[in-house]
Design a protein around this ligand. Structure first.
Ligand SMILES: NC(=O)c1ccc[n+]([C@@H]2O[C@H](COP(=O)([O-])OP(=O)(O)OC[C@H]3O[C@@H](n4cnc5c(N)ncnc54)[C@H](O)[C@@H]3O)[C@@H](O)[C@H]2O)c1
Length: 345
């Protein structure tokens, strides 16, 4: 199979390149390294794809913008599977750069869908959506406060029936929602083999963590550097469910083998991989031997108090569940950062 990965230098994209190349598929990656423009040099993903190409010499990488139709057309034309991960990925950053956020996330995705429709309608198209399409609606679910976390009052997690409408999104949530709906539409209206994966808190050693994106790696960086962390509201009791990018790549392979056009799935670590920020301090301290120093700041706009994914639908359709547990996710991040610090990167 010929696989085209947009954002191939990023966290999810690079794991997808490794996963599919490791299984003998022909992989082409496209990335313009704009994570460095969004977040500064600490977000630069160019070394990530360099490492992928070193480990898998068959991977073909193009430094190109997904909005460059002339560069993308021949790449889409030869693909059997397009995994679209490229994005401006931060909701806080989107408030500062809404036009660029829309251009990459919404218009960029529509441009790719049009290339699919005109050049390669039989191929599978996978879209990395986000649980931020639900805006701050999950905050209206009844919650209980426990010693180290908030939790839903009697609910397993958020499923795909949650409303996307009439709540606060941030520009990122809106641009990703626009793309999410377009991807569904191209499945339903044009019959393309599209799939929408509404994900949250994807982690892994390959993440170029920054204060505005990939909190798991950023917290570990803070612990190792001995600097101070700002917790945004809720006394650190906000809850996330963490999933490793390798598990995402495995799921995408399952969808590509048996696509369900226009389908939508909520994806995350689920209840077993859920953790509050306070609880993550303990885990990070146990793994790194370093205590995190923190102070409390105001909540971020539209931030979820608790987000735990109900994985029921993806389990029923594909039998998928995360295989990498929380402890192993944080251990991998720790190992990667320790090696990077030692190498002076
Ligand atoms: N990481 C998460 O926790 C998370 C959660 C929910 C959804 N997602 C979604 O999953 C996808 C992948 O996330 P990630 O964590 O791997 O992000 P990432 O920032 O690590 O990777 C994205 C890559 O896309 C590239 N890129 C951005 N704009 C581009 C453009 N115009 N042309 C070419 N390349 C471009 C960046 O340089 C970067 O290497 C994104 O769509 C994101 O919104 C991620």
């Amino acid at each position: 199979m010929r696989v085209l990965v947009t954002g191939g230098a990023g966290l999810v994209g690079s794991e997808c390149c490794r996963h599919f190349a490791g299984r003998g598929h022909e992989v082409t990656s496209v990335d313009n390294y704009s994570r460095a423009t969004f977040f500064g040099s600490e977000g630069d993903t160019s070394s990530t794809i360099a490492a992928v190409c070193r480990d898998h010499p068959g991977v073909e990488h193009h430094e190109a913008d997904i909005r460059d139709v002339v560069r993308l057309r021949p790449l889409v034309r030869q693909a059997d599977l397009v995994i679209h991960t490229a994005a401006q990925p931060s909701h806080s950053r989107s408030i500062e750069i809404p036009l660029e956020d829309f251009s990459v996330n919404a218009a960029g995705t529509l441009g790719l869908l049009e290339l699919m429709r005109t050049e390669r309608p039989g191929a599978v198209f996978i879209y990395c959506s986000t649980n931020k399409v639900y805006g701050d609606r999950p905050n209206s679910l009844p919650l209980v406060e426990k010693e180290t976390r908030f939790d839903y009052d009697g609910l397993e997690g958020v499923d795909e029936s949650m409303s996307l409408d009439q709540c606060l999104h941030t520009p990122f949530g809106v641009s990703k929602t626009a793309a999410d709906l377009y991807v569904q539409e191209y499945g339903r209206l044009h019959g393309l083999k599209t799939g929408v994966f509404r994900m949250g808190c994807i982690a892994g050693g390959a993440a170029k963590a920054t204060p505005a994106h990939n909190w798991e790696g950023y917290f570990m960086q803070v612990a190792l550097a001995g600097t101070e962390l700002t917790i945004h509201g809720y006394r650190g009791k906000q809850v996330r469910d963490v999933v490793h990018a390798r598990d995402i790549a495995r799921l995408f392979e399952m969808f590509a083998a048996a696509p369900r056009p226009g389908e939508v799935y909520n994806i995350g670590g689920g209840r077993a991989n859920s953790i509050s920020l306070l609880e993550s301090f303990e885990l990070i301290e146990r793994i790194s031997g370093r205590r995190i120093r923190s102070r409390l700041g105001p909540p971020r706009e539209g931030d979820h108090i608790v987000y735990i994914t109900d994985l029921g639908k993806v389990r029923r359709h594909y039998g998928w569940a995360p295989a990498v547990n929380l402890e192993d996710v944080f251990r991998e991040i720790h190992g990667y950062l320790v090696r990077s610090f030692a190498a002076g990167r």
